[in-house]
Design a protein around this ligand. Structure first.
Ligand code: EPU
Length: 438
């Protein structure tokens, strides 16, 4: 297991380019199950989660080859339609093969994704949506067994809202199943996230008929079959947000290239409230557009609530808390998607932050500074928050278990290193101080 050793306080300079979106790539790769023709997916980030998804597809009879940030696929046999526990337990997004498999093969068995450190993550909405299309679903020995009834899946009107509102991957699963169902499906309370829109547009390029993606009501007119695709995945808005906050915490005017500012309105607005302006140039959709951080020495406290898109994303909640620890005054973060997702807070406290967490809310008393400490990464976004904290802190920070960050950020230490950050990757044993056991 690797650790990062970060020497805090370095000012950053230069440009950093945003990778393809992990959360768009994962469900999009699964559409390769829905056609007999070859598919090509570009701008795919080289990440552990993506590699796991490709392994799941391989198990399901999809042949794949990697090019430079490109995955080419073709279904070579459709005999095995079981997505096994060993792979799905590694990554919740494994569950997004369910809709595509059911739609194309008529029968499948997908392991339940299992527990998750960021809190309870049920799949009841996925199952309710697929059942509304007529799927016969049972749960057996930790697996979802789903079967298309005689006569096939039928379009339906489906309300897909849960206790926290819309669901990204449930919307993806139901869209995929409805694309090959008979008749028209209307999904009400659909997730509006850009990743869902990207999936819908990819499916449309394959011959699907989908209207309204990006709005809470999506209408799908079923088609008989889909052709292959050549699809370029959107840039990762969460990675882009993390880089903007990297500029803010280190008070450095770095430029983030090729992100989508139009996908980041809520984050840019919160940064502005805290005193950090983001200068934009170029068309928001162009791969060469630039967002430049105009840093400040006097960060202001702020109130943030995480909600589904277009509101402030839960996936940037930990990173913004790091910034709040450096602000003047008391900030409040209310987490409405995963009320228990405050794993970074305890570790930030080890670095001198004053944070109280209760009932899905964190109250952060900004002290203006952090100090280096030994901390542990516990999930993907909490790890990113600790990397940001380490860069801002006085002295040295050691973050163990950084494999979490490799799930969602491609070689982050090298890329931030090119901007001037002092981050060294090292094997855990090598960085234990001599007195560790004493
Ligand atoms: N929910 C239910 N029932 C369901 C599904 C979801 O009650 O059947 C609830 C969840 O418990 C949560 C809320 O609905 O309270 C929203 O969850 P959602 O289903 O939208 O999450 P997801 O689709 O499983 C994706 C991202 C997450 C991101 C969330 C929210 C992928 C692969 N994952 O998960 O990303 O936090 O949407 O935006 O797209 C990450 O990248 O670090 C990450 C966790």
């Amino acid at each position: 297991m690797d650790s990062f050793v970060i020497s805090g306080g370095a000012r950053l300079a230069g440009t950093i380019t945003v990778s393809g979106s992990k959360n768009a790539a994962l469900p999009i790769l699964a559409v390769s199950l829905m056609t007999d023709e070859p598919c090509s997916f570009r701008n795919v980030p080289v990440l552990r989660d993506v590699q796991t998804q490709v392994k799941i597809l391989n198990t399901l009879g999809v042949e794949s080859t990697w090019g430079r940030r490109e995955v080419r696929t073709r279904v070579k046999d459709d005999y095995n339609s079981t997505a096994p526990y060993e792979l799905v337990k590694q990554m919740r997004a494994g569950v997004c093969v369910l809709g595509p498999l059911l739609a194309k093969r008529g029968e499948c068995s997908v392991s339940l994704p299992g527990g998750c450190v960021i809190g309870e993550r049920p799949i009841d909405l996925h199952l309710r949506g697929l059942a509304a299309l007529g799927a016969e679903i049972t749960l057996e020995s930790g697996y979802v067994k789903a079967k298309v009834p005689k006569g096939g899946l039928r379009g339906a009107e489906i309300y897909l809202g849960g206790k926290a509102g819309s669901s990204v991957l449930a919307t993806d699963n139901v869209i995929c199943a409805a694309v090959l169902a008979r008749g028209t499906t209307v999904i009400e309370c659909a997730a509006c996230e850009p990743e869902v829109v990207d999936l819908a547009h990819c499916l449309i390029s394959m011959g699907a008929r989908i209207d309204g993606a990006g709005s809470p009501r999506i209408t799908i007119h079923g088609v008989k079959k889909l052709k292959g695709c050549d699809w370029t995945v959107i840039p990762d808005r969460i990675e882009a947000a993390t880089f903007l906050i990297a500029g803010a915490v280190t008070r450095s005017p770095i430029s983030v290239v090729g992100g989508r500012p139009d996908h980041l309105m809520a984050v840019i607005d919160v940064l502005r409230q805290m005193g950090v302006e983001i200068k934009r140039s170029g068309k928001p959709t162009s791969r060469t557009n630039v967002m430049t951080v105009v840093p400040t020495d006097r960060l202001r406290a702020c109130e943030v609530t995480t909600l589904p898109y277009p509101a402030f994303p839960t996936d940037v909640q930990s990173q913004i808390i790091t910034l709040m620890t450096l602000a003047e005054g008391t900030s409040i973060v209310t987490e409405r998607i995963y009320p228990e997702r405050f794993m970074a807070a305890a570790e930030l406290k080890r670095m001198g932050a004053t944070i109280t967490v209760a009932n899905g809310q964190a109250v952060i008393h900004g002290t203006g500074k952090l100090s280096g400490a030994q901390v542990m990464a516990s999930d993907l976004r909490a790890s990113a928050a600790l990397v940001l904290a380490g860069m801002a802190a006085e002295g040295e920070t050691r973050i163990s278990r950084v494999y979490h960050i490799d799930r969602g950020y491609e070689r982050i230490e090298e890329r931030l290193g090119r901007l001037g950050a002092l981050i060294k990757r090292t094997a855990d044993e090598a960085v234990e101080p001599a007195s560790a056991g004493g």
